[in-house]
Design a protein around this ligand. Structure first.
Ligand code: ADP
Ligand code: MG
Length: 268
């Protein structure tokens, strides 16, 4: 991993046609992604929009993604914040948590920690409609946070679990998945409408934080059917915007990072 403050990687999910003649609108070549311009403006008639990003090959499995992203920093005992960002269905949860056929980056990291004789503690919260919930309990009351001496404190603390075996991790993850706020948008039946923050403290000094961000899709695609869904959609976009502003400030070395605009960035 390079020594820059923020590293961005682009992973494209292998294309699976949903209907006859379905076309892949994303093409990749070396380190450039071309996205088909479905609504070209009069002033811009180009068929594809192009983005230069470090591209991870479509054939790579989660373990290869782990090796090309967090592996070195993990072994060099650096603190890591890993954000999975993308449209619903683009593979964020698959990359972080995996499925029955392959592990995601989180279990791979934890397996490495356990195999190297280290232990860690684990807490996990979700930010849903700008409220924070502990995902290790099924309590429906939000956690309250406050600032004291420039440090963020919880009024009621989320549950902390010690992880020393893979079984500990599996048990914790099963509990988390049960407690998650699931909605079903038109795009993905199990889409999560919240941001999930997995927080591991390794041997009491190294932090590994992985965030499965809520999918950012355009309103007309999700077709919110009621006011709750509309509020979810507004809250997701506001917090993603706040996160973007923070990343921009860090990247530009600005003296102030506007982290108080959402609970997600406040927590981070
Ligand atoms: P998101 O969390 O971004 O909404 P998911 O991770 O749930 O999306 O992915 C949607 C579906 O696509 C899942 O069934 C997942 O297993 C599958 N999928 C995602 N990425 C890949 C990949 N790289 N290879 C194979 N299947 C994938
Ligand atoms: Mg997901």
């Amino acid at each position: 991993m390079s020594s820059s403050k923020i590293n961005v990687y682009f992973r494209k999910k292998p294309f699976v046609p949903l209907i006859d003649n379905d076309q892949d609108i994303i093409k990749t070549k070396e380190n450039t992604v071309y996205v088909q311009n479905l609504k070209p403006r009069v002033s811009d008639k180009s068929q594809y929009m192009s983005f230069n990003v470090p591209l991870l090959s479509q054939e790579l499995k989660n373990n290869d993604i782990y090796n090309s992203t967090v592996c070195d920093d993990l072994h060099n005992k650096k603190n890591i914040l890993l954000l999975a960002y993308g449209q619903t269905g683009s593979g964020k949860t698959h990359t972080l948590c995996g499925n029955n056929t392959e592990d995601g980056i989180i279990p791979i990291v934890i397996k490495n920690i356990i195999n190297s004789g280290q232990t860690c503690t684990f807490k996990v919260v979700e930010v849903y409609r700008n409220n924070i919930y502990d995902l290790q309990t099924n309590a429906k009351t939000a956690l309250t946070i406050y600032e004291s001496n420039k440090r963020l404190k919880y009024k009621t603390y989320p549950v902390i679990t010690n992880i020393s075996t893979l079984e500990d991790l599996n048990k914790a993850i099963i509990k988390v998945n049960k407690n998650k706020q699931m909605g079903c948008t038109k795009i993905n039946q199990t889409s999560s409408r919240s941001h999930t923050i997995y927080y591991f403290l390794i041997d009491n000094r190294q932090q590994f934080i992985a965030i499965d961000l809520a999918g950012n899709e355009r309103g007309y695609l999700t077709r919110a059917k009621n006011s709750v869904e509309n509020l979810e959609y507004i809250s997701i976009n506001q917090s993603l915007f706040a996160l973007k502003e923070c990343i921009r400030s860090i990247f530009l070395n600005r003296p102030y990072i506007p982290f108080r605009r959402s609970k997600l960035t406040l927590l981070l």
